[in-house]
Design a protein around this ligand. Structure first.
Ligand code: PMP
Length: 358
């Protein structure tokens, strides 16, 4: 037997990973640049200390306190039994594919899109079919309908706002896809809190489509990427189904306590979202002013291009101490929105590389 005895389709595959480099300005994985305040840190520390007193016991398998706190945060009439949570929305998504995908079944998305989706599908032994987005990265409904009609997917994965393009989906498109899809439709709102005014959350449609699942994360707007806490809202029947495939006690007592404590400070943790939105819009405008093509963004990152040699630009920025992401369609680069000082460093470095006098 070949060694290590990997599944055939995993041979030669590289593990997921943006480069983890020690660079002064890190704008590569769409994190929130603002660390929790001392007050939030103290709350989390106290909650974790309480949890530590019971660490000889397994945690609450059904995440009762956490699901109630998340339902409360989501609003839109969402009830705790409509909420599910796991270690990052990565794990939520894998559970969805384990429960609703599987051998002989198909998951569908539309490229360019989040690079982990095909990996979740592969890991859950689910066929992967990818349609396309238009040149402006919107989703053409006729095309989406045709792909769904042809492949009859049991799972459709649609990020809104999309990663890496930042494009949010109009609710009419979400509703039409839900109507057409024979299985579940996951609207991945990892960046939902960063949307511009006038692009509502798919949470508004929850009561109307029993196959709609809206996934969220505390990693981005909540500035809690290190805690690994993702969640979703859906019909209780779908949440219940995910309990079949979750590992026993999958979400540690420490994670649950951290998330509940952080949700108690939602207002403060989300307080920087407006600043980040403003910084994003300024970045889009600045890049356009410099003559770049820039995708409209409803997220905390901006996709811009196009470069004949994007790797050279990425490397040039890195040499100047600014790490961004070489991702998306050929010729494009993605920059996460950081603090004003970090964005100034990005602009200066890009000007130097492209020979622009600032
Ligand atoms: N969905 C999308 C579209 C993302 O970009 C990311 C993170 N980059 C995730 C889900 C996963 O986030 P997490 O596991 O941290 O919740």
């Amino acid at each position: 037997m070949e060694w290590p005895p990997l599944r055939a389709e995993l041979r030669g595959a590289e593990p997921y990973g943006a480069p983890q480099l020690d660079v002064p300005v890190q704008l590569n994985v769409n994190e929130n640049p603002y660390a929790p305040s001392d007050e939030v840190v103290a709350s989390i520390a106290a909650a974790v200390a309480d949890a530590a007193r019971t660490l000889n016991r397994y945690p609450d398998r059904e995440l009762v306190a956490l699901r109630a706190a998340l339902a409360d945060y989501l609003g839109h009439g969402v009830r705790p039994e409509q909420v599910w949570a796991a270690n990052g929305s990565n794990e939520v998504m894998l559970q969805i594919l384990q429960a609703f995908g599987g051998p002989g079944r198909t998951a569908v998305s539309f490229a360019p899109t989040y690079s982990m989706y095909p990996e979740y599908a592969r890991n859950a032994l689910t066929d992967w079919v990818v349609g396309h987005r238009e040149d402006d990265f919107t989703l053409d409904l006729d095309h989406a309908r045709a792909v769904i009609d042809e492949h009859q997917p049991s799972v459709v994965l649609l990020p809104s706002p999309n990663n890496p393009t930042g494009t949010a989906l109009p609710l009419e498109v979400v509703a039409a896809v839900c109507e057409q899809a024979p299985g579940v439709v996951v609207i991945d709102e990892a960046y939902g809190e960063f949307r511009r005014a006038g692009t509502p959350s798919a949470l508004e449609l929850l009561g109307e489509h029993r196959n709609l699942m809206v996934s969220r994360t505390m990693s981005k707007a909540f500035a809690l990427a290190g805690a690994r806490l993702g969640y979703l809202a859906a019909d209780p029947v779908l949440c219940d189904a995910l309990r079949i495939v979750r590992l026993p006690y999958h979400l540690s007592a420490v994670s649950q306590a951290t998330a509940v404590a952080a949700l108690g400070h939602a207002e403060e943790l989300l307080g920087r979202v407006d600043d980040l939105r403003r910084e994003r819009d300024a970045c889009v405008e600045w890049l356009r002013g410099r003559g770049f093509e820039v995708a409209d963004s409803d997220a905390n990152f901006v996709l811009f291009g196009r470069f004949a040699d994007r790797h050279a630009v990425w490397q040039g920025l890195l040499d100047a101490g600014v790490l961004i992401r070489e991702t998306g369609p050929a010729g494009w680069l993605r920059v996460s929105v950081g603090t004003p000082a970090e964005m100034a460093a990005f602009r200066d470095a890009l000007d130097q590389i492209t020979g622009h006098d600032s």
